[in-house]
Design a protein around this ligand. Sequence first.
Ligand code: NDP
Length: 277
Amino acid sequence: MSKQVVLITGASSGIGYATAELLLEKGYTVYAGARRVERMKPLEDRGAHISNLDVRNQSSVDAFVNQAITDEGKIDAIFANAGYGVQGFFETVDLEDAIAEFDTNVFGLARTFKAVIPIMRQQGSGKLIACSSVVGMVSVPGMPWYPASKHAVEGLVDGLRMEVKEFGIDVVKIQPGYIKTEFAEVAFQYLDKAMASPHAEVYQGKMENFRHNFAQALDNGAEASTIADAVLSAIEAKDPKRAYRVNMDAIQGSFLDRVFGDRAIDRIMPMMMLRKH
Ligand code: NDP
């Protein structure tokens, strides 16, 4: 049997990188894309096909997908993982930054899936794997635009799943909790910007608490390899789950939401994210 072909967006660090490493180790043919190509050289050394990919640009996405299909003649799965978080209280965040975040996290994923669906439909098989988040199920104060983008991903792919099932295409959500990656490096740049905004004064103390609590949570987070394992499970499953939730905080987040509802979330999340240290 020919090797399974998997594409990964956002493979230059964190979860995407760890997933590429694991799939290479397991013998998959991996196409890895991100803007920082040099960061993926070690993956190339281990056999990955690396590409300069910007998911904000349809022709960049098309070139990424076309290369795989030209070389391999098929695509078995794609992990749409590229993403980042805009942090800052709602009032302090520029809408342009929120729009740009949606362009990567939501429309970047949509561009990726749009490029691959006709191929998978023709094949009569394939797996579309979306990197969502625990904050795709519950929201948090201090960075509402990031949960907003992941809620959008959730709604989009849940609808898509029902549309493409009949073509043999599975749609899967990966819902990580806190994972130790470079996520905070990008997110804190937005938090710095938010803290310098003209509307920041009333939120200043809370945003400082948020930064501390978020950094601590991420430091105590799970390894990226836990999510790579979940992606591998989804790829290997004959009948994959709709959602993979592997970290304890992600499991708790969905449990809180379902069992206690919005009122409890409104009390618990500020205590967790904005508490003084
Ligand atoms: P990292 O910052 O370590 O990795 C983000 C990846 O996304 C990088 O490879 C980056 O590559 C890529 N990326 C960003 N923008 C683009 C773009 N326009 N085109 C192509 N690639 C892009 O963070 P994580 O590994 O944590 O993030 C991966 C995914 O996991 C994201 O979707 C994130 O929202 C999600 N997630 C993370 C959690 C965590 O706690 N870390 C929790 C829940 C979900 P480059 O800059 O080189 O283009």
